[in-house]
Design a binder for this molecule. Structure first.
Ligand SMILES: [Zn+2]
Length: 356
């Protein structure tokens, strides 16, 4: 790799979550590394240190933006650089939607505007500051406005000296054919399951079975794996809340019950509803386990552990009334009932039913 000629325009393309962006940045870091590099950047030289914070003066980024609540009136990529660096450092596998959520773009679409290609042309016309190369990473290159695309094409046809363009896209077909044909294609495949398991375990506190479970569902998409992990954590916290809720009701412990109710009360109505729906599912699963005594359950490991004891309290006699009470609470919350009153009432009634 070391002595190979560097192609001045390269197109990193691959499906969502495959990691085309982190790969492009790693390649840029390799090109700029001034340390002892062989197959990889050294990770220690001043250039590499700046890359870890994405603040190298010869590294430029273009990405789709639009007006947001905090940045009105035709903002440019540079206006969003702090947010961009934060997101990419947190999650280099971020999806377009993650970016839009991060900058609170709401329902608008982002765009790489015409003025961005003028701005990048100007930046690249100067001599590099520290590195041999000036590098422009264009993320979601298909979001370039037509005029921006044509101006980029001009740059690719007559590139400023010692400049490298790294285009990143999930949809290469949406780029101008003329741009595509100017770029060296670099295909980024989905991540192999073994690699994903290893990555999940080394970067997060997961045991082997959890990592295998998530890798199986994520199907090579690292962004999806991260989302699944978030959901998993949410499930865990919902189970904890459900346990507290039912226990306080069972023991008729108003003081500790109020704490749980206050926590739920502080959530949005949608989240309150989602907690109640989760509770209904837990009641149903535990009834299936207890009444039919089958192994046909859809619970995760923690839920299974919880159900060893909890399922003993769900019987043929209280299953229907419990289900009715939770459904009634959902109905009341949907109709803007006071959630504190609705939930406390539910907790006490459910507790009484469990004591039967
Ligand atoms: Zn280095």
């Amino acid at each position: 790799m070391k002595d190979r000629r560097v192609s001045h325009a390269q197109l990193f393309f691959g499906p969502e979550g495959a990691g085309a962006l982190p790969l492009a940045i790693a390649y840029a870091q390799y090109l700029s590394c001034t340390g002892d590099k062989d197959e990889d950047a050294c990770g220690k030289c001043p250039s590499c240190m700046k890359y870890t914070k994405l603040v190298h003066p010869d590294l430029h980024f273009l990405f789709p933006v639009n007006n947001t609540a905090s940045k009105k009136e035709d903002p440019s990529c540079d206006d969003f650089l702090p947010e961009w660096r934060t997101l990419v450092m947190q999650n280099p596998y971020a999806r377009l939607n993650d970016w839009y959520l991060h900058i609170e773009l709401e329902n608008k679409q982002g765009l790489i505007k015409e003025k961005e290609s003028d701005a990048i042309a100007k930046k690249l016309s100067f001599k590099s500051f520290e590195s041999d190369f000036k590098i422009a990473v264009i993320w979601m290159a298909e979001k370039m406005h037509d005029v921006a695309s044509n101006k980029l094409l001009k740059l690719l046809e007559e590139p400023p000296e010692m400049t490298v363009f790294l285009l990143v896209t999930e949809n290469p077909d949406m780029l101008l054919t003329t741009i595509r044909s100017r770029c060296l294609p670099v295909k980024v495949p989905l991540i192999a399951r073994e690699d994903m398991i290893e990555a999940l375990q080394s970067r997060h506190t997961l045991d082997t079975s959890q990592a295998e479970f998530i890798a199986r569902l994520a199907m090579g998409n690292y962004a999806m794996a991260l989302e699944l992990m978030r959901e998993n954590e949410e499930e865990d916290s919902r189970l904890t809340t459900f346990r507290e809720f039912m226990l306080a009701g069972f023991l008729n412990n108003i003081a500790s019950g109020m704490k749980t109710v206050e926590t739920l009360h502080s959530l949005t109505r949608e989240k309150q509803k989602s907690f109640l729906e989760y509770s209904l599912r837990m009641i149903r699963e535990n009834a299936v386990k207890q009444i039919h005594n089958t192994g046909l359950n859809y619970m995760n490991r923690k839920e299974e552990e919880f159900s060893v004891n909890f399922s003993k309290f769900i019987k043929g006699s209280n299953l229907v009334p419990l289900t009715e009470e939770f459904n009634k609470a959902i109905y009341d919350i949907e109709r803007n009932g006071n959630s504190k009153i609705v939930l406390l009432d539910l907790m006490l009634k459910a507790g009484k039913l469990l004591r039967q």
